[in-house]
Design a binder for this molecule. Sequence first.
Ligand code: C2E
Ligand code: CA
Ligand code: CA
Length: 278
Amino acid sequence: FMAAKSHEGYTIYAPSYDDHSPRRLTLMSELRQAIEKEQLMIYYQPKVSVKSGKIYGVEGLVRWAHPKHGFIAPDEFIPMAERTRVIKHLTLWMLKRAFRDCAEWRRQGLDLVVSVNLSTKDLHDPDLPDVMAGVAAAANIKPSWMMLEITESSIMNDPERAMETIQRLHEMGYKLSIDDFGTGYSSLAYLKKMPLSELKIDKSFVYDLLQSDNDAVIVKATINLAHNLGLQVVAEGVEAGEVLDRLSSYSCDIAQGYWFSKPKPFNDFNLWLQQSPH
Ligand code: C2E
Ligand code: CA
Ligand code: CA
């Protein structure tokens, strides 16, 4: 059973985690082709400096423009792509596209740090760093212009193995971010050892910041923890100006959320950018 709900003006099917449902099986076989048929899109959402209000960077988020089902949200197809080899192709497609757009922004004199999400499977792929070196060279970008977002749970899934890839990507010059922080179970000993530059507080703690004392305590403590580890902190899911003010009083570095902008396609994002301080 799949409930349709409206989101960003498109019909999106709520995720159902049954891989064997007929819809899932069809989608899974279609996804590989969707990449070749250019049905995937990258949407960009700004990451904004809390202090200056300037745009620090953007996060690229995948969208699937399905000819029959309309826009399908990543929460529906990423988990299933992660259970097959398709994720490898999807990640590569996203990296190529993000590198190309990054190069274009740099040509325009915009020094945005461009973030891409990696999955658990990507971290366990020993070829990924070499493949990325080729793609980055072809696009003429410097790895230091990019941030790779890795979820807390995918790091903690197999920390030793994740560490190897993370170390190599770091040595190549990529910035690394720990995403969805607070939803997994991080070992602080590992966190300290990893060459990360950023920690993203999961949006589930940010929404209710003003209503929930518990969430406020968690957000404040996480910001302090990150700063003590030398990491910049991003709060995601910022939907209101009052939340932004509170985050500012906690010395949060960067905010991301609908308050600033929803994720938009490259061209729409650039139009939005022209009207924003940067
Ligand atoms: P994420 O990396 O935590 O990305 C943030 C999600 O929160 C995005 O959902 C974004 O659209 C949404 N969001 C941003 N601001 C707000 C806000 O103010 N309020 C609310 N309610 N939501 C907000 P999206 O684009 O549907 O992506 C969902 C998840 O799918 C991502 O979570 C990420 O884990 C995964 N994902 C997206 N693109 C990729 C990709 O290219 N590769 C991989 N491996 N995963 C991806
Ligand atoms: Ca992310
Ligand atoms: Ca997140």
